[in-house]
Design a protein around this ligand. Structure first.
Ligand code: PEP
Ligand code: MG
Length: 590
């Protein structure tokens, strides 16, 4: 802190933890000025030259975006870089360019005004949709519009920063996040955005701590202010006191030491002290996360959310495109197994061409969409089966509520196999097929469902939401979303018993699997597999390796005996604190 500045009061702000890590440093307030667009009438002489200005600005914008695209592909991978391809495509859209040309000629108005109006139409259309994904796309269009206008006005973009800083902004476009990361950025803090915003996604890939959705941090902070960002808990501290800085420096040190210790477990199996083995695998959203999964010492992929392939595009990937992606994933993880979930679209995960619904979580979602769009479903099944020749791929269906749906989904697999056989295409004829248990109806009929499949994987995120009737994304009822409710525990136990009676394994791939407080409980209940976000995998492995299975069984029995969620959580905390005083409880599952 500068000594000539009056001491400012420390302030703590809570936001959404978007990318883990702790950063301490000075703030750089980043604002991308929105270029002002004025409406101006042109003389006949000007009209003829105006369109040339548009072409030059489009070319310049395209060159800038080409560079950003290449950089993004290197840094965050092809899939996430696709949004820049989409922006470049708009720049080359003949219909758009022709409309701009015609309007300048007919209306005799300046290029900035016409460009802003035309591209603005796309953005407002997207903003009218009531979902976060389309809003993000609208922001991409706004970003593109501002880039072209800046180039029409020949304004320069600021992208060079002095020293190492924490970027504070109202919002960050994907392009800002990429370009700024070429400097030494310690962290990001933004007013807007959720965990699925691109700034969040990119900062996670770039491994830069970030907290988003802070409300008005950009008004609270000035360039040069001292800041702490805690990307684990989603907290930022503005004008921290010296004691606070020391506290966070110590926390940072502790976490680094802890992470270094965990790295030593990489090659070791996930087994308890008394040699009970558990399968510990990772969830992935994008193939780009594969390397991280391998580095973290995962035994395989317990959930590949394939619907993430649809992010940033307005069509469905072809069978061939999907095959290439799936093949890349199974090859990298071989000889370990990858469980691929068929597209779980709908709910809060929208997809190309989906209608708005009043109650999306109870609506056209997951397997229901697949049955209504057999073309898409079979395309995906063909791509998965073709990628299964090394026999380390398993298929899993989301959002199953009835046994009829399980049978129907399996018929699609049979039909796909027959088609492939007729074309003499190779695949794994014994491919394992499982379902997600995430709807209470499926949990209640788990015995019958288990008789039809090779494994059950509990999707606790949805199961809890449907069981307690509490929207998993609604902050108003977030307090009711309780992983340790007796109703949840009883349901887990019921599903595990049902699976085991039919001689199949039962796993869990919701966020609960990665909560260190739940590890002993879940294994003690009899869970055979835990699939967790890669970031917490080493820590969960350490917990497994430090306890006896007999002890875990006792923990589960005691937890099942207690009658409220609060009591159960308190009990698990006490057990945890006693067993692992050195493990920080607030550095994960955020
Ligand atoms: C779940 O519901 O627990 C799950 C893993 O699926 P998703 O979070 O993708 O809905
Ligand atoms: Mg789910």
């Amino acid at each position: 802190m500068k000594s000539d500045q009056p001491l400012r009061r420390e302030k703590i702000l809570k936001g959404v933890p978007a990318s883990p890590g702790i950063a301490i440093g000075s703030a750089h307030l980043f604002s991308q000025d929105i270029p002002r667009v004025e409406e101006r009438s042109l003389s006949d002489g000007e009209v003829a030259l105006e369109f040339d200005r548009v072409i030059r600005a489009l070319e310049k914008s395209s060159k800038e975006l080409d560079k950003i695209l290449v950089f993004a592909q290197q840094k965050v991978g092809d899939a996430k870089a696709k949004i820049f391809e989409a922006q470049i495509m708009v720049l080359h859209d003949d219909v758009l360019i022709d409309t701009i040309r015609k309007r300048i000629r007919q209306e005799k108005k300046n290029a900035e005004f016409i460009v802003s109006d035309e591209i603005g139409k796309y953005a407002s259309l997207m903003l009218r949709a009531h979902d976060e994904y389309m809003h993000e796309r609208a922001h991409d269009m706004e970003d593109l519009k501002n880039r072209i206008i800046r180039n029409l006005l020949q304004e320069k973009l600021i992208s060079k920063l002095e020293g190492s800083v924490i970027i504070v902004a109202h919002t960050l476009t994907p392009a800002d996040t990429m370009i700024l990361s070429r400097n030494h950025v310690l962290g990001y803090a933004t007013d807007m955005g959720g965990v699925t915003s691109h700034a969040a996604l990119f900062s996670r890939s770039l491994k830069i701590p970030a907290v988003v959705g802070l409300g008005d941090v950009s008004r609270e902070v000035e360039t040069g202010d001292m800041l702490i960002i805690d990307g684990y808990s989603g907290t930022i501290v503005v004008h921290p006191t010296q004691e606070r800085i020391e506290e966070f420096e110590q926390k940072h040190e502790r976490l680094l030491t802890f992470e270094a210790q965990l790295a030593l477990l990489k090659e070791l199996p996930a087994e308890t002290l008394d040699k009970h083995s558990v399968e510990l695998s990772a969830n992935i959203e994008l193939p780009e996360e594969l390397e991280y999964v391998v580095v973290q010492g995962s035994q395989g992929v317990g959930l590949y959310r394939t619907e993430s392939l649809l992010i940033g595009r307005d069509d469905f990937p072809s069978e061939e495109e999907q095959y290439q992606e799936y093949k890349r994933v199974v090859d990298r993880i071989y000889p370990n197994r990858v469980i691929m979930r068929t597209f779980d679209i709908g709910g809060d995960k929208i997809a190309p061409g989906m209608a708005e619904e009043a109650n999306p979580f109870l609506g056209w979602r997951g397997i229901r969409v697949c049955f209504d769009r057999p073309d898409l479903f079979m395309n995906q099944l063909r791509a998965m089966l073709r990628a299964s020749t090394r026999k380390n791929l398993a298929i899993m269906f989301p959002m199953i509520s009835t046994i009829g749906e399980v049978r129907k989904a399996k018929e699609y697999i049979l039909k796909t196999k027959t088609d492939l056989r007729a074309k003499q295409v190779n695949f794994d004829d014994n491919i394992q097929v499982g379902v997600m248990i995430e709807v209470p109806a499926a949990a209640l009929t788990a015995s019958q469902i288990a008789a039809e499949v090779d494994f059950l994987s509990i999707g606790s995120n949805d199961l809890i939401q449907y069981l307690i009737a509490v929207d998993r994304g609604n902050s108003l009822v977030a307090g009711l979303y309780q992983e340790f409710e007796p109703s949840v525990l009883t349901t887990l136990k019921h599903v595990i018993n049902a699976g085991h009676k039919e001689g199949i394994w039962v796993g869990i791939c919701g966020e609960m699997a990665g909560n260190p407080l739940a590890t002993a409980l879940l294994i003690g209940l009899g869970m055979d597999e835990l699939s967790v976000v890669p970031a917490v995998l080493p820590e969960i492995k350490k917990i497994i390796r430090s306890m006896n299975y007999s002890e875990m069984r006792r923990v589960a029995t005691e937890a099942l005996r207690l009658t409220t969620g609060e009591e159960i959580e308190l009990y698990l905390r006490t057990v945890f604190r006693k067993a692992f005083p050195e493990i920080p409880l607030d550095n994960n599952n955020s």
